[in-house]
Write a protein that binds this ligand. Structure first.
Ligand SMILES: NC(=O)c1ccc[n+]([C@@H]2O[C@H](COP(=O)([O-])OP(=O)(O)OC[C@H]3O[C@@H](n4cnc5c(N)ncnc54)[C@H](OP(=O)(O)O)[C@@H]3O)[C@@H](O)[C@H]2O)c1
Length: 257
């Protein structure tokens, strides 16, 4: 395992779920953490947790990845001591609703595509040139088993993660000849705030997603992300596909009882 101590790690969408756990896992490796999201309150709470976990420094900032100008300005105006990002975790993402394409509210599509696809592109475009110039860096994108098999009523979320898969593959090609690495971590069901966001706060409906099943926990995904980041510099982990033992793919689950 290569040491990550002192590396600058940027995690988007660190205010909850996988992003939050990933920031903590990197803090435990002694990394300096740059964490952002739209909600500042949970990021403020996270700061102390990261310091207690071992992060020598933490910088939090508000960022809506859907807003290209905001992304460009936020990355360009990072304090000098934070500007040399070693690891970018493109985690910010969401799903909205479960509906047939021909009946869905297009506003849901805008949010998913603007966040999961365009947001990922904006942050990547702002951060990767510095990695190329410094001849070091690693981009880790949050994909999904939804990219491999489209599930019913989830067309646009699945399409957004299929786009993430293509972007990860293409970015790796574009970075040939540089030492910058690209990884896509493609998880199945993970117990986070994801379903609550999908069902716009309908907690009962969200809880049913995880009923009679043992879902992945955000720490499991964070563990895979840190593992990929800590391989020797010449090793590029392209894809990690991971599910709970109770899931075979984006369609097949084993529910008890
Ligand atoms: N949970 C799963 O089953 C699962 C499976 C596979 C992949 N994933 C992917 O994993 C990633 C994290 O999801 P999660 O499960 O951890 O869900 P979560 O608990 O809802 O966390 C999502 C995070 O993304 C942030 N976010 C959403 N929209 C944003 C925006 N426009 N700008 C900046 N940050 C934004 C949220 O922060 P703010 O609200 O503060 O902005 C939050 O911190 C997503 O890309 C998701 O697609 C999840």
């Amino acid at each position: 395992m290569a040491s990550l101590k002192g590396k600058i790690v940027l995690v988007t969408g660190a205010s909850s779920g996988i992003g939050r756990s990933t920031a903590i896992a990197f803090a435990q490796e002694g990394c300096r953490l740059l964490v952002c999201g739209r909600r500042l309150d949970p990021l403020g709470e996270l700061r102390q947790t990261l310091v207690s976990a071992g992060a020598p420094a933490v910088h939090t900032f508000q960022l809506d990845v859907q807003n290209r100008a905001e992304v460009e300005a936020a990355i360009a105006s990072l304090p000098a001591e934070w500007s040399e990002i070693d690891v970018l975790v493109n985690n910010a993402g969401l799903s909205r609703g479960l509906a047939k394409l021909y009946e869905d509210d297009p506003q849901n599509w805008e949010e998913m595509i603007d966040t999961n696809v365009k947001g990922l592109l904006y942050v990547t475009r702002s951060v990767v040139p510095g990695m190329v110039a410094r001849a070091r860096g690693h981009v880790i994108n949050l994909g999904s088993t939804a990219a491999y098999i489209t599930y019913a009523n989830g067309v646009v979320y699945c399409a957004s993660k299929a786009a993430e898969k293509s972007i990860s593959e293409g970015l790796k090609i574009d970075l040939m000849g540089t030492p910058v690495r690209v990884t896509s971590v493609d998880a199945g069901m993970v117990e986070t705030n994801f379903s609550n966001v999908r069902f716009r706060g309908d907690e009962e409906r969200a809880a049913k997603v995880y009923q009679n099943i043992t879902p992945l926990q955000p720490e499991d995904v964070a563990d895979a992300i840190v593992w990929a980041a800590s391989r020797p510099a010449h090793v590029n982990i392209h894809t990690v596909v991971m599910t709970t033992i109770d899931q075979a793919n984006s369609m097949v689950f084993h529910r008890r009882g």
